[in-house]
Design a protein. Structure first.
Length: 310
């Protein structure tokens, strides 16, 4: 593919996107003074403005999500639940998260087909290479959201795994100081909001569900499923058992915190032991050739001079 032929297309799409973004940004904005005057005339507009505050591309995608997501909608409840769990593991707990995700896949699939067709047909025409470029563009547009979702899900689970022992230690201190489990979780969410935002977000959601009247067992079970972290699932199971049998919650939290710290220490030792094996490849490829040249180079030069002198 000739790069010179792709430059005009890249410039065209870049300018089109820039103009569309600028028009969308400034066209959707209204004066705050006008909004206040409208709210004084009609007080019901305050709730509407709060709901329509998303504006722009997000609101447009959310409105078009039900229609776009029909093509990829799950056929069974099991598939729908699996999709919701994967999105929840990545931190997307909105009721419309599944529709928006599927609509985004359809939109990127369409965009990939258009870009692949534009690049392939202008370069090779209606040939095998042109059709291949269309297929590649469609595949990239369809699977890029899955790759991004997997990356967000994995990184969030790693952050929860690394920060959970610290949160448990503070929760143990709060419970032993006389606070209940609900108040202790709320206190932990307030104190560790900056250092462990993912764990605090989950604790805040648990507190909100408990205040709404949901049973504690269901809330703790959903906490383990929503995060997807094995340690959080074990913590939820321990708290459910402690609540069921009436045992000490502080002792259960302390045992779980100690086991998690041991597991994290063992994981660090395992990674440290793997370092020696992983260092072999850069040593062989980058360091040994330089050492070989430095050590053997002068001897080789002397041998060549000796052979030439004879």
């Amino acid at each position: 593919m000739d790069i010179v032929k792709l430059v005009p297309w890249a410039i065209f799409f870049g300018i089109t996107f820039l103009v569309w973004a600028v028009v969308n940004f400034y066209g959707s904005r209204t004066s705050r003074a006008s909004e206040r005057l409208d709210e004084l005339r009609d007080p019901t507009l305050r709730n509407r403005n709060a709901q329509d505050d998303k504006g722009g591309v997000g609101a447009m995608l959310e409105k078009a999500a039900p229609a776009l997501s029909k093509a990829l909608a799950p056929k069974t409840d099991l598939e729908a639940n699996e999709l919701k769990v994967r999105l929840a593991n990545a931190g997307f707990n909105s009721p419309n998260a599944a529709q928006i995700f599927l609509a985004l896949k359809v939109a990127l699939l369409t965009g990939g087909v258009l870009i692949g067709a534009g690049c392939g047909l202008t370069t090779w025409g209606l040939s095998q290479h042109g059709i291949t470029s269309i297929v590649i563009g469609a595949g990239l547009g369809f699977y890029v959201p899955e790759i991004v979702l997997w990356f967000l899900r994995t990184s969030r689970q790693d952050r929860i795994f690394l920060r959970l022992p610290d949160a448990l230690d503070l929760l143990v201190v709060c419970v032993e100081a006389g606070l209940g489990l609900d108040a202790g979780m709320q206190r932990v969410a307030e104190e560790l909001n900056e250092s462990a935002p993912d764990v605090c977000t989950e604790f805040d959601m648990c507190n909100m569900q408990l205040q709404m009247g949901r049973p504690r067992r269901e809330v703790l079970h959903d906490l383990g499923i929503r995060t997807g972290v094995d340690d959080m699932k074990a913590l939820s199971a321990i708290l459910i058992q402690a609540d069921k049998f009436g045992s000490s919650i502080a002792q259960a939290l302390r045992v779980q915190s100690d086991s998690m710290r041991v597991k994290r220490r063992q994981l660090a030792e395992e990674r440290a032991q793997k370092t020696a094996v992983k260092m072999i490849f850069p040593l062989v490829l980058f360091i040994f050739p330089g050492i070989f040249v430095v050590l053997v180079g002068p001897a080789a030069i002397m041998m060549i001079d000796g052979l030439l002198s004879k």
